[in-house]
Design a protein around this ligand. Structure first.
Ligand code: IDC
Length: 323
């Protein structure tokens, strides 16, 4: 389906008459280091990542997404589906239920004219090759189903680590990307990098041979400081397209104190290079990376008391964006 048709079939207007993000920007592609919209202009995606959808499915609904779009000024949502862990897609979770959640999330985002990332959330399984066959089946199915959805972005391995070396990521990507591309020719694909998506320099040294690929960097501001910012700057300056599909401003456990000074340094760098950024996580778990406090059961219209410190900080960042 071409852009025109897709733009016409996806709700072009928000209730207040403003055009939706997708209606304004259409299908995305990668030009040099920049994520670029259908008019050839650079675009910055921003928004929330869900927590594991198996554990916090309640946030996948139209009203929450609408509030994130119209109330929090975001244009993208990331659907994080753990592949391992308790209830993971490859470790005993109900694949049918998990796919229903993904499908709901994609439909809500599409109805609202938001971009949506389908995240194959490799973490304790370390090496994306561990569940390669499952990944191939999953992404084949998803990319067939969403072949005509120009707002869908595929993230093929959240955070390779330990045995998940750049060589294994390349071997994995070499099998998974062609499967997606056979169905959805031009989809933007995000590729995680070793050491919990910190080693983007390894991707720079040996990039993948596909178009419309971006390499993933994740940071947690209280843990990852100057050295990782320096790496991001160097890699972008050297021509690597970088996408921050997950970050927090607490420590890498997803908990602990937030570090506002480091958080602001990251924000400045991200804005300097117009990098896309998605914040971990949309839940009310008792941990500092959750944007909602544990007692908050509201699914939208959050006020000051409903938000954690990270929640208030990220809301203010989103609201400060021009567009
Ligand atoms: C964390 C969650 C936490 C959960 C843990 C293990 O915040 O509630 O118990 O995973 O499943 C990542 C991962 C992301 C982590 C997050 C914080 O992508 O799944 O979520 N983190 O540890 N990389 C660096 C930090």
């Amino acid at each position: 389906m071409d852009n025109e048709t897709t733009q016409n079939t996806i709700n072009p207007e928000t209730p207040d008459g403003a055009q939706t993000p997708f209606a304004r920007h259409g299908a995305l592609h990668v030009e040099g280091t920049a994520l670029t919209d259908s008019h050839g202009d650079p675009i910055q995606l921003r928004g929330m990542s869900t927590h594991g959808i198996a554990w916090f499915p309640e946030y996948i609904n139209l009203e929450t997404f609408r509030y994130l779009r119209s109330g929090w000024n975001t244009n993208c949502i990331r659907l994080a589906m753990y592949t391992a862990e308790n209830g993971g897609y490859c470790t005993g979770g109900s694949q049918e239920e998990l796919k229903k959640l993904i499908q709901g999330g994609v439909e809500y985002a599409t109805e609202l004219g938001m971009y949506v990332i389908i995240d194959w959330h490799v973490l304790s399984d370390q090496n994306p090759l561990t569940y390669k066959e499952e990944a191939i089946r999953f992404f084949d199915e998803m990319s067939k189903q969403y072949a005509d959805y120009d707002n869908v972005i595929y993230e093929i391995c959240n955070e390779p680590n330990n045995a998940g070396t750049w060589e294994s990521v390349c071997a994995y990507a070499g099998e998974v990307i062609p499967v997606i591309r056979a169905n959805s020719k031009n989809a933007v694909i995000l590729v995680g990098t070793p050491t919990w998506s910190q080693d983007i320099d390894q991707a720079l040294a040996a990039p993948l041979d596909y178009d419309n690929i971006m390499y993933v960097l994740h940071f947690y501001a209280a843990t990852h400081t100057d050295w990782l910012r320096e790496r991001m700057r160097t890699c972008i300056e050297s021509g690597l397209p970088v996408f921050v599909s997950e970050f927090g401003i607490c420590d890498a456990s997803g908990n602990g104190a937030v570090d506002l000074e480091q958080a602001n340094a990251w924000k400045e760098l991200i804005e300097t290079y117009n990098v896309s950024y998605l914040c971990w996580n949309l839940a009310n778990k008792n941990e500092s990376s959750s944007i909602l406090v544990p007692g908050c059961s509201k699914l939208s219209d959050w006020n000051e008391e409903d938000l954690s410190e990270q929640g208030r900080w990220i809301r203010d960042w989103f609201l400060g964006e021009k567009e």
